[in-house]
Design a protein around this ligand. Structure first.
Ligand SMILES: NC(=O)c1ccc[n+]([C@@H]2O[C@H](COP(=O)([O-])OP(=O)(O)OC[C@H]3O[C@@H](n4cnc5c(N)ncnc54)[C@H](OP(=O)(O)O)[C@@H]3O)[C@@H](O)[C@H]2O)c1
Length: 337
């Protein structure tokens, strides 16, 4: 079978296309024929060598997100049969309850081997069934970005119908947040740094869009758009560079789900958060329980993930380059087989 391994880190050239024996499942394990993978911002950090929180082993298989079908089951497997349509969970050992630090080494695509391969073997516990209306390419977008958005907006963010959520940019996490919020009956105020993407957000059903590059004080604009009250929730992917504005954008006792750090590092003053009696919590993707709950909602709403481009397996480097360019709107997918 074909697979990619990571060579010398520094950018997409680190991807090395290789051949290997098809892995066989042991007791309690399942072999999955991967049909599609998707990329996340994290994968750019990993391939560039900037993902310092993870010790990658040499020759690791990249990417956490994929979908496929069960190709073989090992002894004692009770959860799956050949042909089942599945996706791996991001932190393989996090099935439910609180995340524990000892689960983190089981995160796919770093430190554990990932999914950019024609076939992989995982524990039978580390998979979920994918919604039946989704193609493999669509389902491959779910394990990291969608589960993170679900956790940030609906689990920790407790977003309710009629409430207002602010999203930052139009990457994977933010567009899933937009879709889940609209599905819930919440109002979305979306931000983007691109005039062209404003139209695409409107087509998704977002009526209030703010360009964070031309409206530097986008927090003031959020307050204006909410009659001075502020938003109930911000799903923060900008990080320290935008956190002060997110605090400015929330209402009294509003909440910020802290997900990412696209906007770089800066110090923040906790006093404005205190003045608003606001709350903040950090989000790490989500558990298998969250993934399954999200899939039920995606199925019930017939929600379709936003895919920007699909690349062939042989073009995986080009897929990374495209994500790096920042031109994408939603998810970048690699078709495997
Ligand atoms: N904690 C977790 O478990 C977790 C899980 C998933 C992701 N993350 C993090 O969340 C962030 C987003 O990840 P992703 O995979 O959704 O990213 P992505 O798909 O690569 O999207 C990035 C988008 O964000 C926007 N953006 C870029 N620079 C920005 C800035 N300075 N301020 C505001 N928006 C900016 C751009 O959209 P426009 O062109 O529309 O402006 C860009 O297309 C990353 O930092 C990632 O590491 C964390």
């Amino acid at each position: 079978m074909r697979l990619y391994r990571l060579g010398k880190l520094g950018g997409p050239d680190a991807l090395q296309l290789k051949e290997a024996e098809i892995p066989r499942p042991g007791a309690g394990e399942v072999a999955v024929r991967i049909r599609a993978c998707s990329l996340n911002h994290r994968d750019l950090n990993i391939i560039s060598g900037n993902y310092t929180s993870v010790a990658l082993k040499p020759g690791a298989i990249p990417l956490s997100d994929g979908a496929g079908e069960v190709a073989a089951v090992g002894p004692d497997v009770t959860r799956w049969k050949v042909g089942d349509r599945v996706a791996p969970i991001f932190v393989q050992r996090w099935l439910g309850g609180n995340l524990l630090p000892e689960y983190m080494p089981s995160a796919l695509g770093g430190p554990s081997d990932g999914v950019l391969a024609e076939q992989i073997v995982l524990s039978q516990e580390g998979l979920v069934r994918i919604p039946s209306h989704l193609s493999f390419e669509q389902a491959a977008t779910l394990p990291c970005a969608a589960v993170t958005a679900w956790h940030a907006a609906l689990v920790k963010g407790q977003l309710q119908p009629g409430q207002t959520v602010v999203t930052l940019g139009t990457g994977g996490v933010s567009l899933f947040t937009v879709q889940f919020a609209l599905m819930t009956g919440a109002r979305v105020i979306a931000t983007t740094g691109s005039e062209e993407k404003i139209e695409r957000l409107r087509k998704l059903g977002v009526s209030d869009v703010v360009n964070y590059r031309t409206t530097r004080d986008w927090d003031a604009r959020v307050r204006e758009l909410t009659g001075g009250r502020g938003a109930d929730l911000v799903v923060e992917v900008g990080g320290p560079g935008s956190l002060a504005k997110s605090i400015g954008a929330i209402r009294y006792c509003g909440h910020i789900s802290v997900v990412g750090n696209l906007a770089g590092k800066a110090s923040i003053d906790p006093a404005p958060l205190f003045a608003k009696r606001g709350s903040m919590c950090a989000i790490q993707v989500g558990s298998r329980d969250m993934f399954e709950a999200m899939n039920r909602a995606i199925g019930a709403a017939s929600l379709n993930p936003v895919i920007d481009r699909v690349f062939d397996f042989a073009e995986a480097r080009a897929a990374y380059e495209y994500l790096l360019s920042g031109k994408h709107f939603g998810k970048v997918v690699v078709r495997v087989s």
